[in-house]
Ligand binder design. Structure first.
Ligand code: B12
Ligand code: SF4
Ligand code: SF4
Length: 294
């Protein structure tokens, strides 16, 4: 049987061979105590209301870990500036996320066939048994949380998306690592935000009982950020609709919006125009800007 270090080496190599830009391993035991895992049951899952006003039913949500999961294999696929369509939401997901899903599926099958390693593929959303992907990437040594509240990688900056596999065999963790590109940076990321989501402390360490917070020190407000995401959906709905009223109706629920996008006539092979969600705090970061593709 492979040692924990050998398993890490082969799984990272295979993930890259399948198309991952970066890959690493984090311990599930360490992840269970990471900042997002600790804060989430206290602030709840609803990005539409300030955490202090979260209704009881939105609170106390915790990641549901499979009992036998001991290591998390984390993979990243770069989303460079010159391929913006990777991040466009088309009613079913994004093209970039579909690449991530394909890689994790193939990696999972390969682990089972080659080493009889059982794996789980957590979905995207936490409330549907997903895991916190940024904490996972940081603890796998693939980057650090930047002042824009995203994982900054040395190779691609924040322009990367994540997915993970949970496995029932111990693989040696590849992180965390000491890396901090934000030290001394004039923070163009925070100034670029069109809705000023970084302009005040939205979370208090004394009230929440932990010092590591969204935006590192509490200076990222997901409620404000989310208003921009809603505007992006409205913009996409307006572009699809014949009238203002029809646009408002399409943007009124995500289900209606998704159905309308999926009903669009097929294009010429290019991804359908869906929502181009805001990336200003990401695209303005200079780290890894020269990287093109993986
Ligand atoms: C819900 C969600 C949203 C919501 C709420 C965001 C939020 N942060 O609460 C909304 C819709 C607003 C949103 C916006 C965006 N999102 Co989003 N989102 C998610 C999702 C599904 C869960 C995130 C979550 O709830 N985190 C928990 C909250 C409480 O914590 P947090 O704000 O992230 O802050 C924690 C960390 O910063 C951490 N931390 C801070 N310092 C340190 C230090 C160490 C050592 C560690 C371990 C951790 C740590 O502790 C904080 C908690 O205390 C993840 C996918 C996933 N399954 O993880 C994607 C995800 C985080 N989003 C992503 C992206 C790209 C975006 C957007 C750019 C929009 C877009 N174009 O897709 C913006 C960026 C906003 C920003 N600057 O943070 C990417 C991030 C990629 C990256 N390079 O890091 C993810 C990972 C999805 C993916 N496909 O890879 N998102
Ligand atoms: S622009 Fe990039 S490096 Fe500079 S503070 Fe923001 S996240 Fe950090
Ligand atoms: S994604 Fe856009 S709205 Fe949200 S914090 Fe970043 S720049 Fe601001």
């Amino acid at each position: 049987m492979l040692s924990a270090s050998e398993l890490t080496a082969v799984v990272v190599e295979k993930a890259k061979a399948l198309g991952a830009s970066v890959a690493g391993v984090a311990d599930v035991g360490t992840l269970k105590g990471s900042p997002s895992h600790r804060i989430y049951p206290k602030i709840g899952m609803d990005p539409e209301v300030p955490w202090q006003d979260a209704p009881e039913e939105a609170l106390h949500h915790e990641v549901e870990w499979p009992a036998d999961a001991v290591s998390a294999v984390v993979i990243g696929v770069s989303h460079p500036v010159d391929k913006p369509e990777l991040d466009w939401y088309d009613g079913k997901g994004t093209p970039g996320n579909r690449i991530l899903i394909r890689i994790t599926k193939e990696l999972s099958a390969w682990l089972e066939e080659t080493f009889s390693v059982k794996s789980y593929r957590p979905p995207y959303f936490i409330e549907s048994t997903g895991i916190f992907l940024k904490d996972s990437a940081v603890l796998a040594g693939l980057g650090c949380i930047g002042k824009n509240n995203m994982v900054i990688t040395p190779e691609y900056g924040p322009r990367i998306r994540w997915r993970a596999l949970l496995i029932d065999r111990a693989a040696k963790a590849t992180g965390p690592v000491g890396y901090d590109p934000c030290d001394g940076c004039p923070q163009p990321c925070r100034r670029a935000c069109p809705v000023k989501a970084f302009d005040h402390a939205a979370y208090s360490s004394s009230e929440l009982g932990q010092s590591t917070l969204p935006g590192i020190n509490g200076t990222y407000d997901r409620v404000t950020c989310n208003t921009k995401m809603s505007r992006d959906v409205e913009k996409a709905a307006r572009a699809m609709a014949a009238s203002d009223e029809e646009g408002a109706a399409l943007a009124s629920t995500m289900n209606e919006f998704e159905e309308a996008v999926l009903a669009l006539p097929p294009g010429d092979g290019e991804p359908q125009f869906g929502v181009k969600y805001c990336r200003m705090c990401e695209l303005s970061c200079p780290v890894g800007r020269r990287a093109k593709t993986r």
